[in-house]
Design a protein. Sequence first.
Length: 317
Amino acid sequence: MLTFACIFSLTDLYSHTANHSMESLGFSPMLSGHQLVHALLKVLKSLVQSCIQHELVRRSAQSLRVRHLMKTHRRLRSPIRSARVLVANRRSTGNDLVLATLLAGIAGAANAGGYFALGQYTSHMTGYLSQLADNIVLLNGWIVTISLIALSAFITGAGFSTIMINWARDNESSAQYAWPLAIQGVFLLCFSLGGSFSSEIGRVFSLACMCFIMGMQNATITKISSARIRTTHATGMITDIGIEVGRAFYSILRPQSEVRVDRCKLRILLQLVFAFLIGGIVGAIGYGQIGFLFSLPLAIILLALGVPSILRDRPVS
């Protein structure tokens, strides 16, 4: 950087001196030879400015990487503080993405758990709605009842989450997003006891409990991110990925078009879908090995996210 600055100063000095010398001798400084020198100096000056700009951009990017690593290091050293930051009222895109990734992984694991433990995917409301329609036609009252219970539990969970967040906001609570996560953790603890319910009614209770959790989680992250992110609605996320891929191909086929892929949005969507997939794999293994009890570590993660903020809850100033 110092070398570039010196060259930059010397080119200015030389150009000024050359012009001044020609004027003192009575000649016009616009001679062809000096025009050529002046043009070369301008090119050199432009190159130096470009190098300086490139160096500043490089150092700025390096500084951002260092700050990101330091932030990650602080999170690892202070997990309780990090939990409070992730569910704080003041939101940032980075915190929303970290929290959404965690919740997508938990949703994937819980969804797999619902299938292995109950034979039902508990986040798949489209499937339950189709199942309801089919079995109304087939006059299968029991499946109709199960579908209605699952749909009602999901809707109730989403509504309950919204009520809690708005109530905490109206009361100027600093833990408006922590409460729904902690409640989800409590319900997952209840789900972990589902193995003790061997009757069909007990299994229906467990199914309703899991659908309630899924509804709460989807509503919570939707409220936190101002409807930009959803964690259990994989159909919507995959649809958005398809849209962005289509935009990317169209921009290649028609470069003159203003249609461009939103790379940031695509990266977020891919990250959430991948987290849901990995969570599903982990959940399938966990629930397959130890059954309902695999809900315990999932519940602990949710409680660890919510409880620290609740314990330090205070009115927002």
